[in-house]
Design a protein around this ligand. Structure first.
Ligand code: NDP
Length: 457
């Protein structure tokens, strides 16, 4: 009999923590899991899943307008924010219940409590006022929204934690940031009819993406009436009467609004977890430093998901959690493979991308060929919408391997999941070309791009 209360104690019941805990339990480990908020974590409770519901809701805003071109009359449509939030919350409650059931059915004990690491084998449960011991501890606490607290009035703004629970739909929204969350929520609110102003500190939004994606998304935001202010940050937020606020920008201008949304990144959630005193090394962002098998600098303490700040995406956290459980509890050593992970930004239109951006490929390979196309999709010929589709392939000119695929346009996220299989498998441009097009679709353009792109002289 082991001297510990548990074989594994997991802190954080999000995507990574739940997957690791369930698998470990299934493989026979005695598992405890502590969660201070709700089982399901950011993705299910206040991230990807509820966000996607809001994206669906807001897409109807465009769809009703577009439907006219197809003969529909949709003049008297009305939108009810409270009903949307109620329906969304009911679905999140259902998913939360499934996550709890799955953990329990696998045999894990769940503690509704904040947990603090006391030493290499001990965790303190604050809600219960007691310690539990475990042979191994898994940190899976994810990340938390970052707010620039140096900005006077910063607490007049909300983050993605609160945005899912607004009681009423704002009239005017000012968003800080130019990354995933900023772009997605700018589009959500615009589709629902709000005035939206996006304030980004740099020149090109989505700057970690291929430059053509940044440029295309920027153009699409502007086309739908989102005001994009670049090279600016918030200087100060001031309370006006009622719900109104005035956001002073570093370019000297100001914007009046009834909702300010901070979307300037997330930080690993390690504050106050007791990790440093237990000897766990953190990097300068506060992320747990881990090896290829997700082990920290303390032999019995592991970490998976956003708290390690590797690739901060739900499916990655799930795979990291699974690899940890396979390695540790199923005698099946597994390392996470971080190459060619497909990514999507659920802007409107959405972005789907996999592999190397052109600038990354040019740094790594001698000879890069680019194929790209930019067109209005067939559907928009009757709607009158000027929305465009961008498709781009980055190809190794020496081997003909497709190194990257980048799409902005309707269903880009759905398309990129499938393209990612081919790109990860190492398909060549010739193999793309040999695949027969499926007509009429947007996706057919992926196999019909014949001409190498030559930049204008
Ligand atoms: P991102 O890292 O995507 O973007 C942060 C943005 O804020 C960047 O534009 C950044 O600018 C800017 N920024 C950072 N610090 C400051 C500052 N001090 N002042 C002003 N602007 C600042 O973070 P998000 O919060 O949008 O999302 C967090 C993570 O969550 C993402 O990285 C992603 O991993 C995940 N996520 C994934 C989604 C998906 O898969 N669809 C959806 C939502 C989130 P700069 O570019 O100049 O650094």
């Amino acid at each position: 009999m082991t001297k510990f209360d548990y074989d594994l104690f997991t802190i954080g019941a999000g995507s990574g923590g739940v997957r690791a805990s369930r698998l470990a339990s299934i493989y026979g480990a005695r598992v405890g899991v502590a969660e201070e908020y709700r089982v399901g974590g950011t993705c299910v409770i206040r991230g990807c899943v509820p966000k996607k519901f809001l994206v669906f809701a807001s897409e109807y805003g465009h769809a009703f307008a577009d439907a006219r071109g197809y003969g529909w009359s949709a003049e008297s449509v009305a939108f009810d924010w409270a009903r949307l939030i109620e329906n969304k919350d009911a679905e999140i409650d259902r998913l939360n219940g499934i996550y709890i059931r799955n953990l329990k059915n696998a045999g894990a004990d769940i503690f509704q409590s904040r947990a603090i690491v006391k030493d290499a084998h001990t965790v303190h449960l604050t809600a219960e006022g007691r310690d539990v011991t475990a042979e191994r501890i898994l940190i899976a606490t994810g990340g938390a929204p970052f707010v620039d607290e140096t900005v006077p009035g910063h607490d007049l703004g909300i983050t993605s934690n609160e945005v899912f629970h607004l009681e009423t739909l704002p009239k005017h929204v000012v968003v800080a940031g130019g990354g995933y969350i900023a772009i997605e929520f700018a589009c959500i609110f615009r589709g629902l009819g709000c005035e939206v102003c996006l304030v980004y500190r740099g020149e090109d939004i989505l700057r970690y993406f291929d430059t053509d994606i940044s440029v295309q998304v920027h153009a699409e935001l502007k086309r739908q009436g989102i005001r994009v202010v670049t090279q600016s940050v918030f200087d100060k937020i001031e309370q006006l009467d009622g719900d109104n606020k005035r956001v002073h920008l570093s370019n000297g201008s100001h914007v009046d609004t009834d909702l300010v949304l901070w979307a300037i990144g997330r930080k690993p959630a390690t504050k106050g977890l007791g990790l440093e005193s237990a000897g766990v090394e953190l990097d300068r962002h506060g992320a747990v430093v881990v090896d290829d098998y997700s082990k920290s600098s303390v032999d019995s303490i592991y970490a998976v998901g956003d708290v390690t700040n590797r690739v901060n995406l739900t499916p990655v956290a799930i795979r990291e959690g699974a690899a940890f459980a396979e390695t540790t509890y199923n005698d099946n050593p597994q390392k996470m493979d971080y190459t060619f992970i497909p990514k999507a930004v659920f802007s409107q239109p959405p972005v789907g991308t996999v592999g190397y951006a052109e600038h990354e490929a040019r740094r790594k390979y001698r000879n890069i060929d680019i194929y790209k196309t930019n067109f209005r999709a067939m559907k928009n010929m009757l709607t009158g919408s000027e929305e465009r589709v961008l498709m781009k392939l980055v190809v190794d000119g020496d081997t003909d391997r497709v190194l990257g695929c980048h799409i902005v346009g309707a269903e880009a996220a759905e398309m990129i999941q499938c393209v990612a299989i081919a790109v990860k498998a190492g398909c060549t441009k010739k193999q793309f070309d040999e695949t027969v097009a499926l007509h009429p679709t947007i996706a057919e353009e992926l196999v019909t791009m014949k001409e190498k792109f030559k930049p204008p002289m």
